[in-house]
Write a protein that binds this ligand. Structure first.
Ligand SMILES: [Zn+2]
Length: 469
């Protein structure tokens, strides 16, 4: 299996640390607002990776953190705490906000058919582990104290910047961070002291005792501490969006190396961004879409999954309503085609027939996935299978195997006839009646009404034939 490793800037043969078990750590959501489609692309990518590893016979232990201790409004250590912003906006406690948005996140995962991770550890439930790691860093001489917290001294680590490939001085020159009391622009907070002012809604609710005083952890330390706890050091694969490379993941590597003297993970994999209408997503443009908003517009969340599969994870994906519509149409065509199929052959029977006719396409499908998760190629092989003239029971058998990777819930459609809702059936009956009376304008009007409910009517000699759009 070939995977692109950001650390080596090359596609590499994947070699796990243990023989048949793989540890994957995926940076999870920050839970003080809804996850948007750009966030969801990262989680879909991590899901695809885990499915592909399982296809190759590995048992996967996937850990995804929930960042519930609000980090600051920019990626540096300045600005307003995001959780505090949410508390003011919603008039709820920090813990209620975290719980609310964590549940909304789990709902999105389910809607997108993302296989649950093995664990979703929360930062607030791992404060002791984070303090322990900061103590190790302190002991090894990587920290210093300022008036507002404990900082990591990036100049103490010889290869700081290895992930992004930027040398420390280049990073510093390109950085416009307000230095404050920091020694180097790239230094970052491990522990922040709670402000001594504030009460009621402006008072921090998430703060803890530590050897350095009451406060809260910096953003990066939770991932180093929780990946160590659940996967050990080093583990196999770390995933995240490319926006994490330069700061968050660089700092995770620095923390684990400083505390443990080892590289945190062997493979670092990053997915590209989503753009909307060719530009950036931003609150001010009102285009920071959530999965719920796609559903409100009548789309199936799995159409968004299909859209993501159409682009390689390392390519930018431009989201437009038209592109989502096209993905929905392709998915609908796939579903209505496979409804007509015979049930899949039992695997033993399939193999007993001399290897099965879908085998060549199955081999090509696996090759595409094992070539750094080439899903556009995998989808094109899927359509070759669908449009081939193999027996449909054999095609169904292969398609179910493909869907273990693609995750489009195709098992719910193969060989299952359309369920027509009662209100659509009523319109169909009315239309049949109109046609016996040769009332063609009424028949056309009813056809439009039926289409508005997502069904297409075709007039056949034996009567009306209905399928989903
Ligand atoms: Zn992380």
């Amino acid at each position: 299996m070939q995977l692109y490793n950001t650390l080596t800037r090359s596609k590499q043969e994947f070699n796990p640390i243990q023989n048949k078990r793989v540890g994957v750590y995926s940076c999870g959501p920050t839970v003080y607002w809804f996850a948007h489609i750009g966030n969801m692309r990262a989680f879909l990518f991590a899901d695809l990776l885990c499915r592909a590893l399982r296809m190759n016979g590995y048992a996967v232990e996937q850990i995804m953190n929930i960042t519930d201790v609000g980090h600051l409004t920019d990626d540096a250590d300045e600005g307003e705490d995001k959780m505090m912003v949410a508390m003011k906006r919603e008039g709820k406690t920090a813990y209620d906000i975290a719980e609310f948005y964590a549940q909304a996140f789990f709902k999105d995962l389910e809607a997108l058919n993302i296989t649950p991770a093995s664990r979703y550890p929360r930062a607030t439930e791992h404060i002791a582990e984070q303090i322990e790691m900061i103590e190790a860093l302190e002991k090894n001489g990587f920290t210093y104290q300022t008036s507002d917290g404990i900082y990591f001294d990036t100049s103490k680590l010889a290869d700081y910047g290895r992930l992004s490939g930027q040398k420390l001085d280049e990073k510093q020159a390109g950085s416009r961070v307000d230095m404050g009391e920091k020694k180097n622009a790239t230094d970052f907070a491990l522990w922040k002291f709670s402000p001594t002012t504030g009460s009621g809604n402006t008072k921090r609710q998430m703060e803890w005792e530590s050897p350095w005083g009451i406060g809260f952890p910096g953003w990066h330390i939770e991932c180093s501490a929780m990946s160590k706890k659940y996967l050990g050091v080093p583990f196999d694969i770390h995933t995240g969006g490319i926006d994490h490379i330069a700061v968050h993941h660089e700092n995770e590597i620095a923390q684990t190396e400083g505390a443990e003297g080892k590289l945190e993970a062997n493979y670092w994999m990053h997915n590209e961004f989503i753009t909307v209408d060719g530009g950036k997503m931003s609150k001010s443009l009102g285009n920071v879409y959530t999965i719920e908003q796609l559903v409100e517009k009548g789309f199936d969340p799995l159409a968004f999954r299909y859209l993501c599969l159409q682009a390689h994870y390392r390519s930018k994906l431009n989201f437009t309503w038209e592109s989502l519509e096209a993905a929905q149409n392709a998915l609908n065509r796939l579903r209505s085609t496979i409804r007509e199929w015979d049930a899949p052959l039992a695997p033993s029977l399939f193999e007993g027939e001399g290897g099965g006719r879908g085998i060549a396409l199955e081999a090509r499908f696996s090759q595409a996935i094992n070539d750094d998760l080439n899903t556009p190629e995998a989808l094109s092989i899927l359509w070759q299978l669908v449009d081939s003239d193999y027996p449909t029971s054999a095609k169904a058998e292969s398609l179910l195997k493909f869907d273990q990777i693609l995750g489009l819930h195709l098992d719910q459609f193969i060989g299952k006839s359309v369920e027509i809702p009662p209100e659509v059936q009523k319109l169909l009956d009315e239309r049949a009646h109109a046609r016996t009376e040769k009332n063609w304008s009424e028949s056309d009007r009813l056809r439009t009404e039926i289409e508005e409910r997502g069904f297409i009517v075709e007039d056949k000699p034996e009567g009306q034939n209905v399928r989903e759009m």
